[in-house]
Design a protein around this ligand. Structure first.
Ligand code: HEC
Length: 157
C-alpha cells in the first residue's frame, strides 16, 4: 500500500471509530441492520446466509468490527470470495458458490433465490479476489446512523 493510502486509511478509521464509539439508538441501529446487513447476514435465526452468522459479533469489539466492515477485502476467508460465472451468451453472474458439479453451478445472491446455472450455458467460471462483503457500506451512512448501527452491533453477544 502506498504511504498516502495508509494515511488516508488511518484517518478514515479514526473518524469512523469516533462515530462507532458514540452512544447511539439501538432500535434505529437494528432497523438499519435489518435493511442493510440482513440481506446477507443472520442474527438469531433471522436473515440470509451469504455471510457469517453475526449473533455474537458484539464480542469482536469495535476495532475488529470496523476492520471487517471498512476493509472487507483485507482479511478475507477463501470461502467468501465472489464466484464469477461467464455465460456463453456473454452475461456475467456473480454470487456465493453453493455447489458445482458436472450438471450445474448453484449461486447464492442477496435478495433472491439460489440460481441454478446449467454447465452447458457456462463459458468460464472462477473465484475472484474480492469478498462477497461489499466495501463502502459505512461510507454511505450518516455519522449518526453509524453510531446507531454500532450501538446495536455491540448488543450482539
Ligand atoms: C452482500 C452481502 C453482505 C452484506 C450486504 C453485508 N455483509 Fe458483512 N459479510 C459478508 C461476507 C460474505 C462476509 C465474510 C467476509 C470474508 O471473510 O470475506 C462478511 C463479514 C462480515 C463481518 C465479519 C464477521 C466475522 O465473523 O469475521 C462483519 C462484522 C460484517 N460482515 C458486518 C456487516 C454489517 C454490519 C453489514 C451491514 C452494514 C454487512 N456486514 C453487510 C457479506 C455481506
Amino acid at each position: 500500500m502506498a504511504h498516502g493510502d495508509e494515511i488516508f486509511q488511518a484517518k478514515k478509521f479514526a473518524q469512523f471509530r469516533t462515530f462507532a464509539e458514540k452512544p447511539g439508538d439501538i432500535k434505529l441501529g437494528q432497523a438499519l441492520f435489518t435493511t442493510t446487513c440482513m440481506t446477507c447476514h443472520n442474527v438469531g435465526g433471522q436473515g440470509a446466509q451469504i455471510g457469517p452468522v453475526l449473533s455474537g459479533a458484539g464480542a469482536m469489539g469495535i476495532e475488529a468490527l470496523l476492520r471487517a466492515v471498512l476493509t472487507p477485502n483485507a482479511a478475507m476467508e477463501g470461502g467468501y470470495r465472489v464466484f464469477r460465472v461467464e455465460l456463453k451468451d456473454g452475461d456475467v453472474v456473480d454470487g456465493l458458490l453453493v455447489s458445482q458439479n458436472d450438471e450445474a453451478i448453484i449461486l447464492r445472491r442477496p435478495n433472491s433465490d439460489d440460481l441454478r446455472i446449467p454447465q452447458k450455458d457456462v463459458r468460464r467460471a472462477w473465484f475472484t479476489k474480492v469478498s462477497m462483503m461489499p466495501e463502502g457500506l459505512l461510507e454511505a451512512l450518516k455519522a449518526e446512523d453509524v453510531s446507531n448501527l454500532f450501538a446495536y452491533l455491540r448488543t450482539l453477544k
